[in-house]
Design a protein around this ligand. Sequence first.
Ligand code: SF4
Length: 902
Amino acid sequence: MNARYSPLRLQITWPLSYNPAPNLNQFRRSIVLDAYREHVAERASLGIPPKPLNAEQVAGLIELLKAPPAGEDAFLLDLISNRVPPGVDEAAYVKAGFLSAIAKSEESCDLISAQHAVELLGKMLGGYNIEAMVGLLTDDALGATAAQQLKHTLLMFDAFHDVEQLARSGNSNAEAVMQSWADGEWFTDSPAVAESIKVAVFKVTGETNTDDLSPAPDAWSRPDIPLHAQAMYKMTRDGLEPEEHGVRGPMAQVAKVQAQGLPVAFVGDVVGTGSSRKSATNSVLWFFGDDLEGVPNKKGGGICIGGKVAPIFYNTMEDAGALVFEAPVDDLGMGDVIEIRPYDGKILSESGDVISEFELKSDVLLDEVRAGGRINLIIGRGLTTRARESLGLPASELFRKPDVPAASDKGFTLAQKMVGRACGIDGVRAGTYCEPRMTTVGSQDTTGPMTRDELKDLACLGFSADLTMQSFCHTAAYPKPVDIDTQHSLPDFIMTRGGVSLRPGDGIIHSWLNRMLLPDTVGTGGDSHTRFPMGISFPAGSGLVAFAAATGVMPLDMPESVLVRFKGTMQPGITLRDLVHAIPYYAIQEGLLTVDKKGKKNIFSGRVLEIEGLSDLTAEQAFELSDASAERSAAGCTIALSEDSVTEYLRSNVVLLRSMIADGYGDSRTLERRARKMEEWLADPQLMKADADAEYAAVIEIDLAEVTEPIVCAPNDPDDARLLSEVAGDKVDEVFIGSCMTNIGHFRAAGKLLEQHKGGISTRMWIVPPTKMDEHQLMEEGYYNIFGAAGARTEMPGCSLCMGNQARVAPNSTVLSTSTRNFPNRLGDGANVYLTSAELASVGAILGRLPTPEEYQSYAENLQSMSAEIYRYLNFDQIAEFQKSAEDGARIAAIEIQEVSA
Ligand code: SF4
């Protein structure tokens, strides 16, 4: 574990020692309790528990605990025991201060003895409780209790050394803790996964994408897990009847299955496709998971079975401690009672017939379930290893070991080399478990609050990943009050931990994060489109992203790779977006991908998509290809770029980062550190290359000479790639040009086409540049005037329509969109969305229908002669304004920043 990650050592003092006059005190008590009970009743009317207590409420609660109103003892004790978030939440800070004051006899409370205070401290998981607990090991009366609690505390980090030191000095309580960690009692005291598990089935047919589980328009409520879960499956679909279509999910059906009195397995044909939403897992587990001791309003564990389980969803379930596996589910129906035999790989019907067979992805999953999740297991195993090393014991044999792939003398793919370097070796073979160093981590605003909560649970007060960046692109344009709160509070949370925070209106996470990347390095992000155009990213749910940011490493089972090799010359009128869609189109032709969900084939699913043959693309162009690897359900993506392309990008990005310092962005040390690392690369540019004899699960060759007409993805499936000639003539109501799939060239192309049209357009057209720099440049060049004259609607840089959580297209409209994905209902209720290039979308906007290939080419020809002007990318090192600002930034860095090293 990286040494930079250490919970802040706070001397906890109890701050609330005021003694108001008795009457005033009484009055305050009734206000605190009345207000809280009102909140409880309001939430109960929605069928959900009250929110966890915040710091202010805990402070009020403590005053009540010190002088409890008659008849409220049990209620108050329950609140302090079970309703305060653990870790480094501010409320946990207040609670830990009070309990440690009681344990140290600095405070007294009739309801909580010193012994009980230590027990309650011990259930706070880590963070603010640790210092007091370790200190109490030397207490004659309470030391044994503190030791008992610490034996099961995993989030020790640097405080491990304090316990070790005490043990070495002969403290018997500390010795007992060290021995317990070495023996893995934190693990063995939990029951192993049962040989036979009887469950009721909650079955959902067809494909469940993460938007079904955690709808984008409800993104604002994601951190409030019980409330957000009410929106799961809120749209009517085969076999599910929402309580209120579009508002509240199928609660009666959930309750009916729960009423069978058995644990409930969540079962689907295809489960968890789409984004990396931890909130999707949270919602499923809220209904079908197990309570977590000491953690209010969140559940873990559970069982999830899918005919196909999308890789990121699998990992997020794994992190939460779920027993998750793929198995044929045709014979499992809603409400069925089944028996799962995890060790035999069998599912039996109630009458004892084998109805499905399966293999766990890895037996390590059984340990993960027992430990309460993959993250717990990793942290706990690390603690056991450290304790055994300290005690001079051999390595533990307690835990299952991941399979090691057969030795091979073949070469490595580009992804295997990049991950290898991040692990300190030449390459990592597919199937190997590893923990690569995370150089860059991204977080966006609809997952950011959950990542923040996970960071608090992990007791993180400083990032170990070299650069962690937070954006505000998903909520900037149409914020709800809760989004405004996030926009106000999250930047400080990120920057005080050494991260970089963008501002609302700056633009889309990826368009910025890409500009902070170092070549051939590895990272992650809490947005499924965190797909680096250079280096490689493995996007993840918020829990894993928090873990990666906090510890600087991430658990990874190295996936296999699929190579897509382009050859030949691009044909006139064909855009990069068409090549993006050519990948599923060719995979369908070769039988490697099917559109039908039943028995779906997808060669890319869970694998790394590696792209060769387009090395002269700019990094902005390359991102169009890597971004769309999310739609392929790929685990990650690499693109072989030329040294010239990377050099051009990094030169520009050094200037951008320094100009950010001049503009007051923080954390300035992190920005400067990254700029210097880019300069180091530029001084000695070297890029990794795949070995010629590297092994791939499949190789798809695409001859550019054969791609002679645009390729679109038809409503409403990003896999349903079709030639324009197959869909020409379909009417168009709305057009969206925006999202992280776009760059400045797309907007210039749209502008030129609209300008030639000379007149208004009949369709509703949305124009949303990805960043404020693109917007500014387009304004300077007069494009906004063209958009305005055509009647297009321009919006603040950001995600806009793409996620569907802000503005939406009209219900049931037909839309041409440059966005990433066209899942049902994502852009608008019942909307039919074609994914297309910006160029084709603009022609569709003008004509009000999808053109024929010939019509399209007649428009495209006009762009050809202007292509040098249109497809000119933003090179900040060539823009005077940015050069000047970067010089200021460099001066600030030189004067104010003494220490920028990791
Ligand atoms: S533009 Fe769309 S795909 Fe890209 S980050 Fe925003 S919501 Fe996600």
